[in-house]
Design a protein around this ligand. Structure first.
Ligand code: NDP
Ligand code: 8X3
Length: 248
């Protein structure tokens, strides 16, 4: 029987790359997201090995209902990749936008918690499972104007560390991936569709791509059962941390 991986935010960037990488590695994929057209494209790519669930991770009731609606043969989730997330804005904290803050907190923290709370009990009862959370270098230390986004990713680190403690008596494994600059739709979203500003983020440096993070996720998932990859910080070669990027 093929293992099953559930990936949130599988419609773009890192989530989409994880979906494809895990499919190619022989997993069945539960791809979740809001963009129905993109989810259907993934379904076309993967056929019977892909099951799609459409929900916004911020809508707890809808997310719970969607996950409970999984057919019996899709319920044995082996790997959960909590990827759905975003940054909105890059402004001093004293000029921040309340709506942007709420969206980041509701998505990156509360959404991740909802999916975790719904999926992990099944893993505990099956005595098998792996949770891979997508954090960020932004969670290691705040960078200029990153304030609330950095805080959400610091929260993802604490939530991940906490879960690892809480399941340490079980065979479950918990991994935090902390990427640096990855060229995806991330900056277009952060700058509310200002594509020129988004492109500038990746100027003068070869950034990571979604596939680089998917490789790390698959490595962690495929490690022998006694090996728990607790955390990986994955940076572009000319990025030293959240603040230091050397451009040419
Ligand atoms: P993308 O914008 O390309 O992808 C984000 C994904 O998350 C999309 O599928 C998006 O769906 C989904 N998503 C956002 N909000 C919601 C929501 N409320 N409900 C369901 N799905 C949602 O960016 P990335 O691939 O770069 O981002 C993926 C993760 O990686 C995020 O958690 C991000 O913080 C993290 N990260 C990104 C880095 C980077 O430099 N790119 C570096 C470090 C971490 P939709 O298309 O419907 O909005
Ligand atoms: C995304 C990477 O450095 O833009 O988390 O915060 S960064």
């Amino acid at each position: 029987m093929k293992p099953i991986a559930l990936i949130t935010g599988a419609t773009s960037g890192i989530g989409l790359a994880c979906a494809r990488k895990f499919l190619n590695a022989g997993y069945k994929i539960i791809a979740t997201g809001r963009n129905v057209a993109r989810l259907n494209e993934l379904k076309d790519e993967g056929g019977d090995d892909v099951y799609i669930l459409i929900f916004d991770v911020r809508d707890r009731e809808v997310a719970q209902m969607a996950l409970k609606s999984l057919p019996e043969n899709w319920q044995h989730i082996d790997v959960l990749i909590n990827n759905a997330g975003l940054a909105l804005g890059l402004d001093p904290e004293y000029k921040g936008d309340y709506n942007d803050w709420d969206t980041m907190i509701d998505t990156n923290i509360k959404g991740l918690l909802t999916i975790t709370r719904e999926i992990v009990p099944g893993m505990i009862s099956r005595n098998k499972g792996h949770i891979i959370n997508i954090g960020s270098v932004a969670g290691d230390a705040a960078y200029a104007n990153g304030n609330v986004y950095c805080a959400t990713k610091a929260a993802v680190k604490a939530i991940t560390d906490g879960l690892r403690i809480d399941v340490a008596h079980t065979p479950l494994r918990v991994t935090l991936l902390k990427p640096g600059l990855v060229e995806t739709n991330f900056s277009n979203v952060r700058f509310h569709g200002d594509d020129e500003r988004a492109d500038n983020v990746y100027k003068g440096i070869t950034p990571l791509v979604g596939d680089d993070i998917a490789d790390a996720a698959l490595y962690a998932a495929q490690a022998p059962a006694h090996v728990q990859i607790a955390e990986m910080l994955i940076l572009a070669t000319h990025q030293a941390n959240g603040s230091i990027i050397v451009r040419s």
